[in-house]
Design a protein around this ligand. Structure first.
Ligand code: ATP
Ligand code: MG
Length: 433
């Protein structure tokens, strides 16, 4: 219950974080696109306003080139004699006096002036800057206001070039609306995506939490069993304090064997706990592999002989490479210990070393009881034993191969297991040179 509450809370946190991240990315993206579109849209009008300004300030005949208004059309020279006007007809020129009076009201045409500019006043705050304005709460213009000290008209102090940008503004508004629609679709999608992602992110956490809980449960169970046995045997001894040791030999021997089991178990648990916390680092040394394997196997050859088992060596790697000799020794002990444990009289155990695709390979093979093929993937799991009852007799807890796998992985190698053609098991380890 508690566990699930913690998981749900964590998943919600992940979901909110994902959602915030998505939203920030999308917002930044939208702002960039929107401002890019805005700049592109207005860049042409700005260029034209600037051109007009340049001409206005530098061209002495500019006055005559301005777009003509109604009255001028009526009064001016005949059409064919008028100067050619190459300027954008959308641009309207407003000439202002220092006091903010419009000088060229007549040029603009009375209809235009009365409809749009009657209430418009000079505002000097955005001098020399491109500025957007809305006239009559409806029409969009962009203007460029600058000081005009050309000599042709003493009265004029400022000139304002204004251009109607309703078309651009409509495009921009439509684009903005599209952005809003896209944002709402995106928000809905990102909520679902955040939920799915957070669920995916929780999966490995839940898996390792469950694994850890299972590990602790198994470990305490394995620790409790030998402790109970030792406690019972010792209590039994205490009930008969007069008895001689020789008569209670069995009890004492069993307690001792359980103590040994406990000590192996705790050291295995410690190895795995350290492996999990990645606290353990390898201390690599140069190893002459074949002679190293020979020396590791030596005591096991004797034990095998005493158990009427045949032990053979086939050392052919002829390689010297870098490895952690203590961990490698531990690795061989795990395999040889298993080979001895899971073989009977007259079975054979062998160790083979060779090179394959630039990799150092060794195999530990036996003709023992073998492993059921469907369990082959499970044997590397912690506390996994094929036959729990027999393992209890032989003293195994099912941690050996998990440690072996960790040692091999830590060395950058791979481990595999096969069923022998006739009988028994082969473990094959490939290590990088
Ligand atoms: P320990 O932690 O003391 O090594 P264990 O030997 O039971 O206990 P592992 O070495 O991890 O545990 O092996 C896991 C299981 O794989 C064993 O219980 C056994 O069932 C099976 N197994 C391992 N090696 C062999 C082998 N050579 N032949 C047959 N079965 C094996
Ligand atoms: Mg073992």
């Amino acid at each position: 219950m508690f566990k699930h509450r913690v998981f749900r809370k964590q998943q919600l946190t992940f979901m909110i974080l994902n959602f915030i991240a998505f939203t920030i990315i999308f917002t930044v993206f939208s702002v960039i696109i929107y401002s890019q579109v805005q700049t592109t849209l207005f860049s042409q009008t700005d260029k034209e306003l600037l051109n007009f300004k340049e001409m206005q300030l530098n061209d002495p005949f500019m006055e005559e080139k301005r777009p003509m208004r109604d009255e001028e059309m009526d009064q001016g020279p005949p059409i064919e004699e008028r100067p050619k006007n190459n300027l954008n007809p959308r641009i309207i020129v407003l000439d202002w006096t220092k006091e903010g009076e419009l000088v060229n009201q007549n040029e603009l045409g009375s209809l235009f002036y009365e409809n749009y500019l009657q209430d418009y006043e000079l505002n000097l705050t955005n001098l020399n800057q491109f500025t957007n304005i809305v006239i009559n709460d409806q029409y969009h213009f962009r203007y460029l206001l600058f000081e005009n000290d050309t000599e042709d008209n003493e009265e004029v102090a400022y000139t304002q070039l204004i251009i109607n940008t309703d078309a651009e503004q409509t495009i921009l508004n439509n684009f903005g609306k599209l952005m809003v629609i896209c944002s709402s679709i995106f928000i809905t999608l990102s909520i679902s995506a955040s939920y799915l992602l957070s669920k995916k992110m929780m999966k490995p956490i839940i898996r390792s939490w469950n694994k850890q809980a299972e590990f602790v449960e198994n470990a305490s169970h394995e620790l409790r069993t030998p402790l109970t046995i030792i406690q019972n045997k010792l209590e039994l001894l205490l009930t008969e304090p007069e008895e001689k040791i020789i008569n209670k030999f069995e009890n004492i021997a069993l307690s001792l064997s359980e103590t040994r089991r406990l000590s192996k178990l705790t050291s295995d648990l410690l190895t795995l706990a350290r492996a999990d916390s990645t606290e353990t680092e390898l201390t690599k040394q140069t190893i002459q592999f074949d002679s190293f394997v020979k020396s590791v196997c030596a005591p096991y050859i004797e034990i095998a002989e005493s158990q009427e088992k045949h032990f053979w060596l086939n050392l052919n790697s002829k390689v010297t490479f870098e490895a952690d000799d203590v961990r490698l020794h531990q690795l061989f002990v795990i395999f040889l210990d298993n080979a001895l444990k899971y073989t009977g009289e007259h079975d054979s155990i062998g160790v083979k070393t060779y090179m394959e695709d630039q990799k150092v390979v060794f195999e530990v093979t036996d003709t023992g009881i073998g492993i059921n093929e469907k369990n082959m993937n499970s044997i590397f799991e912690r506390f996994y034993r094929e036959d729990k009852a027999r393992s209890r007799e032989t003293g195994g807890v099912g941690l050996g191969l998990s440690i072996a796998q960790w040692i091999v992985t830590k060395h950058g190698g791979t481990i595999s297991v096969f069923k022998n053609q006739h009988k028994g098991t082969t473990f094959k380890v490939r290590l990088p040179k």
